[in-house]
Design a protein around this ligand. Sequence first.
Ligand code: G3H
Length: 214
Amino acid sequence: MFVLVNLKTYPCDPVAVAEAVRDVDESTDARLAVAPQATHLERVADTGAETWAQHVDPIDHGSNTGQTLAESVADAGAVGTLLNHSERRLKLADIDGAVRAAEHAGLETVVCANNPAQIGAAAALGPDAVAVEPPELIGTGTPVSQADPDIVEDAVDAAQHVDRDVSVLCGAGISTGDDVVAAGDLGSEGVLLASGVAKADDPTAALEDLVEPL
Ligand SMILES: O=C[C@H](O)COP(=O)(O)O
């Protein structure tokens, strides 16, 4: 299972969380990664933790003030990027452009979507993975795998119908090892989570709990 921890703009210490991700990753067969804010990418990557960007724009080098260039996040040490997160929605053409920009920079891609229909559309763009996240469950602590298991199974079916090479993650409210196991039982190959680790008093303990049953 892939456990991708999005730090959003939570007021946590990104380096401390990254060190916890690195250390727990070494103790499990699961794959762990962390997605800090763009300004923290280099410091986080320097810890040795697998580091992802939260977003890149569908642009090349040039006159794009204030935008995030895929090559720049790769230079900072990121190996992948989220795209179209529920809190950073893009138009379809821009998701397509951002997937191409990320690929050009050598970044792995996870395109987020709200529901199975959007997952099918996202999978058709050829990312490495898609992540289904019902927005109403994000940050609630109520796991999608428990509150809406059908959405995960339907997302897996939708993605496989389009492209069997596209992995499916699920997210929203995931915070325990049981949630991760339930996600896997529904056909998900990983989880995307944030508050369960970024807001934890002890991120290492939270991560250990997430991977303990794997
Ligand atoms: O990127 C992570 C997701 O939005 C899930 O957030 P959450 O784990 O706080 O529900």
